[in-house]
Design a protein around this ligand. Structure first.
Ligand SMILES: Cc1cc2nc3c(=O)[nH]c(=O)nc-3n(C[C@H](O)[C@H](O)[C@H](O)COP(=O)(O)OP(=O)(O)OC[C@H]3O[C@@H](n4cnc5c(N)ncnc54)[C@H](O)[C@@H]3O)c2cc1C
Length: 436
């Protein structure tokens, strides 16, 4: 039997463990720092309300991933049309930005943007700021992307690598018709306006963590073990080969292979790779909201949060009958003032919810801050060189969002786990677009 230690029970670690066990010939132990599996795709339960870590839905064009997700979820599955928004210039608009949406922008944003859209020339860019300006023009950059990114990351957009745009914006952002690179294509879009609709998969009940729970049950039913509430502190390397992982209680797991989906920065702190963290404010509401979006982005720095999510628009099972809820996301760094005292922002969160007409203070039943570590890898201008400097020894494989420092989605983590369990790997989507 090959002994495999999997560090991290997020989507990637769980899929990898489940696939190895189902092919046989392995014993698998999964080590998870938190007290529940799921990682970023977990769900919190409080006072009869369920809250995911922001909006979490399955959306993929990879048939193997799609069929794996459907197989794991079984009958607990719904297919939901996407309805996301952006709060821009004091009004709610559909997101990704559509041609119709762009045409509804206030004239002081629309006219210069239209001119730039027609006149712009794509240039090669190395930073997030250059890239967005070359694609969407200075005006849209100034009115949305700049402030949103600075608020979201806490960093100047000029200091972020162009990959931040590829991963964060290009994957889903703008209606292809607006992305049109020439006047004819733009005119075609204007003459033939067709709504672009996408849908996603979401568990009918139990929130996004249902996926991780199903995988955890499968793993345990095949003899795998999941150790919760235990942190790995490093890999044990002897004679250039990984022989296991050390844990925070001083013990060790011996294994022939370690699959590491925890932050890669734990393995090599000197590489200087960093992650953002997030404080979620879980808001229970007495009455139903009238907001029709599933999630909405807020770019203005005057509003303290960057995104709101309405869990009921994913599944009615997320809220008690007649009630409603919101998930409020505020970015931070582990150890900063907000991280150390998240409750201090609660009054401001309630105030800003009212300012954007999302919820009135009288409706609020509770606001629970929850700290989520390592939500996004930070793509500094030199992150690729720093990452390339980390060369894992034989027997240690890097996996998942934190392990491979990949600003990815669940489907990417699943695709990677499926491929690695089969002896292969997948390249990250935005490294294969010709710019790498
Ligand atoms: C706000 C938000 C919204 C998102 N929305 C979507 C969406 O709509 N659709 C989508 O597909 N994706 C979405 N994603 C991305 C998605 O959550 C991730 O791609 C996916 O969950 C990553 O899974 P993973 O297993 O690779 O990593 P993780 O979920 O980060 O798993 C790593 C695991 O390792 C554990 N760990 C960390 N350190 C240690 C340690 N020292 N020892 C042991 N265990 C450790 C962690 O607790 C965690 O469980 C979103 C992400 C965020 C933050």
């Amino acid at each position: 039997m090959r002994r495999v230690a999997v560090i991290g029970a997020g989507v990637a670690g769980l899929c990898y463990a489940e696939r190895l066990l189902s092919s046989g010939g392995c014993s698998v132990e999964v080590v998870e720092r938190e007290d529940a599996p799921g990682g970023l795709a977990r769900t919190f339960k409080t006072e009869g309300f369920l809250f995911d870590v922001g909006p979490h839905r399955f959306h993929t064009s990879d048939a193997a991933v799609q069929s794996y997700v459907l197989d794991v979820l079984g009958k607990n599955v719904s297919c939901i049309p996407r309805a996301s928004s952006v709060y821009l210039a004091g009004r709610y608009m559909t997101w990704p930005l559509s041609l119709e949406g762009v045409l509804r922008l206030p004239p002081h944003i629309l006219l210069p943007s239209a001119f730039e859209l027609l006149a712009r020339r794509r240039t090669s860019s190395s930073s997030f700021a250059d890239d967005v300006i070359s694609k969407y023009g200075r005006n849209l950059y100034r009115h949305f992307f700049r402030d949103y990114t600075a608020k979201f990351t806490g960093l100047p957009p000029e200091s972020l690598h162009v990959d931040w745009a590829s991963a964060g914006i290009d994957r889903a952002v703008i209606d292809k018709r607006v992305k049109a690179d020439n006047l004819m294509a733009l005119l075609r879009g204007l003459l033939l306006p067709r709504p672009v609709s996408t849908s996603f998969i979401y568990p009918s009940e139990g929130g996004i963590a249902s996926f991780a729970s199903c995988l955890a049950r499968r793993i345990e039913s095949m003899g795998g073990r999941i150790l919760l509430g235990r942190s790995a502190t490093g890999a044990i390397v002897e004679d250039g080969r990984c022989r296991g992982a050390s844990l925070d209680d001083g013990s060790a797991i011996e294994s022939d292979e370690v699959a590491w989906s925890a932050p890669v920065s734990i393995l090599d702190p000197a590489a200087g790779l960093e992650y953002m963290s997030t404080v979620l404010y879980l808001v229970g509401l007495r009455n139903r909201l009238h907001n029709n979006y599933q999630w909405c982005y807020f770019g203005s720095r005057a509003i303290c949060f960057s995104r709101l999510t309405v869990p009921r628009h994913f599944s009615e099972s997320m809220v008690p009958p007649g009630a409603d809820s919101l998930i409020v996301e505020v970015s931070c760094r582990e150890g900063d003032d907000l991280w150390n005292d998240p409750a201090s922002l609660v009054p401001r969160v309630i105030e800003d919810l009212e300012r954007v007409s999302a919820a009135s203070p009288g409706d609020v039943l509770f606001v629970r801050p929850v700290r989520i570590r390592n939500t996004y890898p930070i793509y500094s201008l030199d992150y690729r060189e720093r990452l390339a400097g980390i060369v894992p020894p034989a027997g240690l494989r890097l996996l998942g969002r934190c392990g491979t420092f990949w600003y990815n989605n669940m489907d990417h983590s699943i695709a990677q786990a499926l491929a690695q369990a089969g002896g292969g790997d997948v390249p990250r989507d935005f490294w294969t677009d010709g710019r790498a």
